[in-house]
Design a protein around this ligand. Structure first.
Ligand SMILES: O=C(O)CCC(=O)C(=O)O
Ligand SMILES: [Fe+2]
Length: 381
């Protein structure tokens, strides 16, 4: 039940964290009280006056001379660009169009682990109001938000600010709220309307994710319902996360979210139009530019396991900027918690495709992420 060491690593304790996974780690045993005071001051400074600050507290120094803010490859120099999938062709194209788009989907999962989805049918107005409502949530008083402060990775509602306490105690320039909307619906009660909007948004994104999983199943040469059935998606996890990255006086020093991969099968992300997301591709950091009404989709660790490593759960990170607040809303779709995730037997043989991972329950994987006893992706990327 332990992943075969393809990805396992002794360097497991380096900085990998996301709103969808190891943010939730309880580092209380590692943090000294002075750091906690810094954290409290930093949060209030950031939320009240981040525009007025001219420097950041040292606890946020992520990029140092040894770990420099490496510039992303400029778009003109980079011949590849993140693939775009036309969702309408996947669901209502002719058989030829469908088969072409399934191929493109497979290639995107294999080459990038990231792609944009357009013509998905989720109304722009719903995406917009979801972002606005999350923005309203972050404007609530700190006291109100702290009612949702979380501790455990499986807490159904979790408000926090990220702490990379394990190795360096560097903080990230980000606040987040995360809530489980499936199998049971949870959502903060405030601001007004948050529940209804989140419920509608969750349903609509679930429909998109489900169709994408069918396409991905077919792209792997499996039956279209394979992933849905094998991962027990009817009672699977769906987690909404909203990240707020306030304007940062030293954007070349702090980071919003350090390099990480997401657990689960798929993540669908929207944002408020500000740039910051980058994906690692062929060893370079590439900016993810997307129209606010497209979904940015990425493959999660469990899709990589299920595909026996054929599809990549790519490393990505979020940079911050000096002038504008950025909001992103990733929604993560994962298996049912007790499901043992294995490479699909159909994709494994003992000669050319031996299993690259051993099975593990999704719940155990999450708990190990929280305890930092694994960090499956770090050794490889
Ligand atoms: O803010 C972003 O664009 C990325 C967020 C992310 O990767 C995450 O929350 O896991
Ligand atoms: Fe992520």
């Amino acid at each position: 039940m332990i992943p075969i060491p393809k990805h396992s690593s002794v360097s497991a304790v380096a900085s990998s964290s996301s709103s969808c996974d190891s943010d939730n780690q309880n580092y209380s045993h590692l943090i000294n009280p002075n750091i906690i005071i810094i954290i409290m001051i930093s949060i209030s400074q950031r939320t009240q006056t981040s525009g007025g600050l001219t420097s950041i507290p040292t606890a946020y120094n992520y990029f140092t001379p040894n770990n420099i803010h490496d510039q992303p490859v400029s778009d003109e120099l980079f011949e590849d660009s993140i693939p775009t999938i036309d969702f309408s062709l996947l669901t209502s194209g002719t058989p030829e169009q469908r088969s072409k788009i399934v191929n493109e989907l497979g290639k995107a999962c294999q080459d990038w682990g990231f792609f944009l989805v357009i013509n998905h049918g989720v109304p722009d107005s719903l995406m917009k109001v979801m972002i606005e409502t999350c923005e309203e949530f972050f404007k609530l008083t700190e006291e109100k938000k702290q009612e949702y402060a979380g501790k455990h990775i499986l807490d159904p509602i979790f408000y926090g600010t990220s702490i990379n306490g394990a190795a360096t105690q560097v903080l990230f320039w980000r606040d987040f709220i995360k809530f489980f909307v499936r199998p049971k619906f949870h959502c903060p009660a405030k601001p007004t309307g948050f529940r209804d909007i989140s419920m509608e948004y969750s349903k609509r994104t679930w429909e998109v994710a489900r169709e994408l999983m069918k396409g991905i199943s077919m792209s792997l040469g499996l039956e279209e319902g394979y992933i849905e059935k094998a991962m027990n998606l009817d009672s699977g996890l769906q987690i909404v996360a909203a990240n707020l990255y306030p304007p940062c006086p030293e954007p070349k020093v702090a980071i919003g979210l350090p390099p990480h991969s997401d657990h689960g099968l798929l993540t669908l992300l929207i944002h408020n139009g500000q740039r910051g997301l980058q994906v690692q591709h062929k060893g370079n950091w590439v900016n993810v530019y997307s129209n606010p009404n497209a979904f940015v989709v990425n493959i999660g660790d469990h899709m990589e396991i299920l595909s026996n490593g054929k599809y990549k759960s790519a490393f990505h990170r979020a940079l911050v900027n000096g002038t504008d607040a950025r909001i992103s809303i990733p929604i993560l779709f994962g298996p049912e918690l007790e499901t043992v995730v294995n490479p699909a037997p159909e994709l494994v043989d003992n000669e050319t495709n031996p299993p690259a991972f051993a099975g593990m329950k999704y719940r155990e994987y999450l708990e190990m992420l929280q305890a930092k006893t694994i960090n499956a992706k770090l050794s490889q990327k």
